[in-house]
Design a protein around this ligand. Structure first.
Ligand code: AMP
Ligand code: ZN
Ligand code: FE
Ligand code: FE
Length: 285
C-alpha cells in the first residue's frame, strides 16, 4: 500500500528536525512518499537525494508559498517546481524571505517592550543563516524564556494576527503565486483552505479566482479541517476538476501533527507527476 504525505516542514523553515531525520521518521511510520514543503525556500532540496537513499522513502520536492489576500495569510503548496533562481516564483520568495526577516525584528521589538525576550534569543532558535524565519521561532524564544508553556500558547496569547504584536510582511497575492508556480512548471495546491487564519475560512470566491489562474488542487485532508469542511472542499474540487490532496503539515516537535496522519491517493500523485513534468521530478530510491 502506497502511503503518501504531501506536506511537511523541517528546520530549513519552522520545523524542528532536519531533512534526513524526517525521512527516517517517514520510513518508521510506513510512508512510501513524502513532500518537503518548507516555507518560501528550496534550500532543503539539496539534502533530498541522500535522505531518499538512506530511508527508501521517495521525495516530492516542494515549497509552501506564503501569499496574502486582504491582509490575511494564504498558503499555496508548490510541488515539482523548477528551482531555478531566475523564475518569477524564486524572485517572489526572495522578496518574501527578506520581508519575513524585517518583520520578525519588528515583532520582537514590540514584544520586548512587555516581555523578557531579545532578538538574540530568537536567533538562538534558528537553525542556520538561510533558515526562513517565522513566528514559530519567536514562539520558541518565548518558551525558552519561560514566558509561555509551548508554541500553541505563544500563538494564542502573543503571536495571533489580531494581537498587539502582530506585524504583516510582503507576500504575493494568491493569484500571482498560482501563476508563478505554473510558469515554473509546477503544481499548485491551495494549502489547508479551511483554516487560513485559524478562525476564518478562505472564501470560495478567492478559491474560484485561484482556479481561473490555474490552480491544480486543494488540500482537503488536513488536521485543521473537520469532516464537514473536508466534504465541502472535496465537492469544490470535484466540481472544478481539481486534485484533492492530503498532508500532515508536520513541524517536528513544534506541532502535534504526525507524519502520515493525512494522506494523498496514489492516483493523485501520479497525476501531479504527469502534470508537473515541466518543473522537476520526484526522487525515488
Ligand atoms: P508566519 O508565516 O511567520 O506568520 O507563521 C506561520 C506559521 O506559524 C505556520 O507555519 C504555522 O504552521 C505556524 N502556526 C500558526 N498557528 C500556530 C499554532 N497555534 N501553533 C503552532 N504553530 C502555529
Ligand atoms: Zn510552518
Ligand atoms: Fe500553512
Ligand atoms: Fe505548512
Amino acid at each position: 500500500m502506497d502511503r503518501i504525505d504531501l506536506h511537511a516542514h523541517t528546520s530549513w523553515s519552522d520545523g524542528t528536525c532536519g531533512v534526513a531525520e524526517m525521512f527516517q521518521r517517514a520510513r518508521q511510520v510506513g510512508l512510501s512518499s513524502l513532500a518537503l514543503t518548507d516555507h518560501d525556500t528550496v534550500a532543503g532540496w539539496q539534502e533530498l537525494p541522500a535522505a531518499v537513499a538512506a530511508s527508501g522513502v521517495a521525495a516530492v520536492p516542494g515549497i509552501e508559498v506564503s501569499a496574502q489576500h486582504e491582509g490575511r495569510s494564504v498558503h499555496v503548496l508548490a510541488l515539482l517546481v523548477d528551482p531555478d533562481e531566475a523564475t518569477d516564483l524564486a524572485r517572489e520568495m526572495r522578496r518574501a524571505r527578506e520581508a519575513r526577516a524585517q518583520r520578525a525584528r519588528k515583532m520582537v521589538e514590540l514584544i520586548a517592550a512587555d516581555h523578557p525576550v531579545t532578538w538574540e534569543d530568537v536567533q538562538a532558535q534558528v537553525a542556520g543563516e538561510t533558515t526562513v524565519i517565522g513566528r514559530p521561532h519567536i514562539a520558541d524564544a518565548l518558551v525558552s524564556a519561560g514566558v509561555v508553556a509551548d508554541r500553541s500558547a505563544a500563538f494564542a496569547e502573543i503571536l495571533r494576527p489580531s494581537g498587539p504584536y502582530y506585524v504583516p510582511y510582503y507576500a504575493p497575492s494568491p493569484v500571482t503565486a498560482v501563476r508563478a508556480i505554473r510558469r515554473a512548471g509546477g503544481i499548485s495546491i491551495a494549502a489547508h483552505p479551511g483554516s487560513v487564519t485559524r478562525d476564518d475560512d478562505l472564501p470560495l470566491s478567492l478559491l474560484e479566482e485561484m482556479v481561473e489562474a490555474g490552480l491544480d488542487g486543494v488540500e482537503v485532508d488536513h488536521r485543521e479541517h473537520d469532516d464537514a469542511e473536508r466534504a465541502r472542499l472535496r465537492d469544490f474540487a470535484d466540481r472544478h476538476g481539481l486534485l484533492s490532496t492530503g498532508g500532515s503539515d508536520y513541524h517536528g516537535s513544534g506541532k502535534p501533527n504526525e507524519l502520515g496522519e493525512n494522506l494523498t491517493a496514489p492516483e493523485v500523485l501520479a497525476a501531479i507527476e504527469e502534470r508537473g513534468a515541466g518543473g522537476t521530478s520526484v526522487i525515488r530510491p
